[in-house]
Design a protein around this ligand. Structure first.
Ligand SMILES: Nc1ncnc2c1ncn2[C@@H]1O[C@H](COP(=O)(O)OP(=O)(O)OP(=O)(O)O)[C@@H](O)[C@H]1O
Ligand SMILES: [Mg+2]
Length: 357
């Protein structure tokens, strides 16, 4: 019987140090043997954002402990690991370098292949850890640094259909949370506030809602929120503003997703209409509900990663590693960390004032 591959995944692109082991399975999806994530919220909270030097120091301090725990939890021995996969970009270079060097060292010492992984491809393939998912599919990636609609044709095969022309959605959640006075992590905190508020209290703008195809824009919302927060008096006002913000985001995504469905159908026709939503913001329950609704109304099958696998983790990095391992797509030990890396390298840069849509 063919040996089932075991991949050790490592993630250190920003403020999460994560190590996971997954095993190829004869069933529909691999088995997660262990998945350890250490977040640095406490380290960065007083600065209101991630401080690269502090993040890098925390990765150095923690990575061997996290890796030891992941290996122990998985109940396998080192010589059973088939390959090591580590995030090579995008992200903070001082942070990427740590996970990458650590991964290369393990692979070299065990004499097994090393695989560099695009962090965004990790998000793109994350639902494969909990459901059978075949190519092609439409992907909405909504994370802290990215907001894009992509047609996913296969491993490493991405065509961008739309992107944010300013802030990423996770960033918009974080900035809004900060303005309202919610601590970090902003996204989950804002979702909790929204549950207690009236979503119809404040009327917020929906930038480029009727133009620019399925491109997105969220910066105008931040300006409107800033104006409103100046007049906010009660705790209930804060809940109402959070709820109104979240409802506005849902309405934007509803309209833009229909546009993305049309773009996707121009490429793939009426077959294989699957809609994957991934990245940290995909954990938001209310956004999930709205995107399930729009999918069903348009005959697309909605697919989400498990909520625990929406934010940064190493199981998704190991998932990409496993797919690359199966086709023997390995990297050399001199693979550099790449702070800027996209899924569709041919897509036009669409950011900044005066951008033409
Ligand atoms: N329940 C939630 N509702 C809204 N936003 C959320 C929720 N949970 C997490 N987020 C947001 O998701 C983002 C983190 O997601 P993720 O870890 O995928 O991003 P990242 O790794 O920082 O960015 P990228 O993957 O683009 O490089 C944060 O902006 C966070 O506020
Ligand atoms: Mg991420």
């Amino acid at each position: 019987m063919k040996k089932k591959a075991i991949i050790l995944g490592i993630e250190s692109s920003c403020d999460e140090t994560a190590v996971s082991l997954i095993q190829e399975d004869s069933g529909e999806k691999p088995k997660i043997l262990s998945n350890v994530v250490s977040s640095q919220f406490d380290i960065h909270k007083e600065f209101g954002g991630v401080v690269p030097e502090l993040a890098a120091r925390a990765h150095v301090e923690k990575i061997d402990l996290i890796a030891n725990k992941a290996i122990k939890d998985s109940k396998i021995s080192l010589n059973q690991i088939s390959a090591v996969a580590a995030t090579s970009g995008p992200g903070l270079i001082v942070c990427l370098t740590i996970g990458l060097s650590f991964g290369k060292t393990i692979a070299y010492s065990l004499g097994i292949p090393f695989i560099g992984v695009n962090h965004l491809e990790g998000h793109a393939l994350s639902p494969k850890l909990n459901s059978k998912l075949e190519y092609p599919y439409l992907l909405l990636l909504i994370s802290g640094g990215h907001s894009q609609y992509l047609s996913v044709g296969g491993l490493g095969n991405y065509k961008r259909l739309g992107t944010t022309i300013d802030d990423a959605l996770g960033e918009a959640f974080d900035k809004t949370a900060k303005l309202i006075g919610i601590g970090i992590p902003g996204g989950p905190g804002l979702e909790k506030f929204a549950k207690k508020g009236n979503p119809n209290k404040f009327d917020l703008p929906k930038p480029i809602i009727n133009k620019g195809g399925c491109n997105l824009s969220f910066a105008g919302l931040k300006t409107a929120i800033l104006r409103i927060t100046k007049d906010i008096k009660s705790e209930q006002d804060k809940f109402d503003l959070a709820a109104s913000f979240q409802k506005t985001i849902e309405e934007i995504l509803y309209v833009k997703t229909i546009k993305a469905f049309d773009e996707y159908k121009k490429i793939h026709g009426e077959q294989k209409k699957k809609f994957v939503v991934a990245g940290g913001v995909a954990a938001n329950e209310s956004i999930r509900k709205k995107l399930i609704k729009v999918s069903k109304e348009n005959n697309f099958e909605p697919i989400f990663p498990d909520p625990s696998l929406c934010g940064d983790n190493a199981a998704m990095i190991a998932m990409v590693g496993l797919e690359k391992y199966k086709i023997k797509k390995f990297d050399k030990f001199d693979l550099p960390a790449t702070p800027r890396l996209s899924l569709d390298e041919s897509a036009k840069f669409l950011k900044g004032p005066g951008v033409k849509l």
